[in-house]
Design a binder for this molecule. Structure first.
Ligand code: PGA
Length: 253
């Protein structure tokens, strides 16, 4: 049994006060949500305050990026140990917006994953094709390249701490969700790549989240897919009502 993960990626939204207010309101709404891991991903500036506000609750805190070095002359960057110090347990790596806006490569993703793991952080690693790539029939080729580049040189012990997020770029922030079947097909392909590289055991244990316009009204059909182990939510994670509704998606009891 894979425990689902519902993670919110707040991107460049929320001041410290807004972030703390969000967590205070979210806490009672997810206090009994033991069916899944609940994660919120504030911007760097709000991490410490959110971690303090979430203390003693079942809400984990994720950063949205990190640098792979322990410390150094990297203006504007944040190290793995700094994230741990700020109360993070997770970190999003390789989000398509970082790949697009900051030239993030698969090689960088790989270095970041290794640095995150060494610091004790659980990486949430994003992969996914653009619309042009999908239309050119290259979805699997892109996923394979990102997977092999991102996860090279990892042991099974490393890999079992990683959460994968399949996020088709064309579905992010567009209101255009992949159909549950489409998402499941890519998840199956990714799970096959896990099997090839790390074996059957890890393939059956690995949690693969879907991301891209997840909303309260489509989470149920996404989660009904055996292959989908949760969601990485952007826009709909910014409001307490919609995020808690996604966490508490209807499930067969
Ligand atoms: P979205 O973003 O839910 O707003 O589409 C998802 C993401 O970028 O992680």
């Amino acid at each position: 049994m894979r425990k689902p993960v519902i993670a919110g990626n707040w991107k460049m939204y929320k001041t410290i006060a807004e972030a703390v207010e969000f967590v205070q309101k979210l806490k009672p709404l997810v206090a009994n949500s033991a069916h899944c891991d609940v994660v919120v991903g504030p911007p760097f500036t709000a991490l410490r305050a959110v971690a303090d506000a979430a203390k003693g609750s079942n809400i984990a805190v994720s950063a949205q990026d990190l640098h792979w070095d322990k410390e150094g002359a990297h203006t504007g960057d944040v190290s793995p140990a700094m994230l741990v110090d700020a109360g993070c347990t997770h970190v999003i790596i390789g989000h398509s917006e970082r790949r697009q806006d900051h030239g993030e490569t698969d090689a960088n993703v790989n270095r970041k994953i290794k640095a995150a793991l060494a610091a004790g952080l659980a990486p949430i690693v994003c992969v996914g094709e653009t619309l042009a790539e999908r239309e050119a029939g290259k979805t699997e080729e892109v996923l394979r390249r990102q997977f092999q580049g991102g996860f090279t040189g990892l042991t099974p012990q490393d890999f079992c701490r990683i959460i994968i997020a399949y996020e088709p770029v064309w579905a992010i922030g567009t209101g255009r969700t992949a159909t549950p079947e489409m998402a499941a097909e890519s998840h199956r392909y990714l799970r096959g790549l896990v099997r090839q590289q790390f074996g059957e055991n890890l393939a059956s244990q690995s949690r693969i989240l879907y991301g891209g316009s997840v909303k309260p009204d489509n989470i149920e059909s996404l989660m009904a897919q055996e292959e989908i182990d949760g969601a990485l939510v952007g826009g709909a994670s910014l409001k307490v009502d919609s995020f808690s509704a996604i966490v508490n998606y209807p499930r067969a009891s």
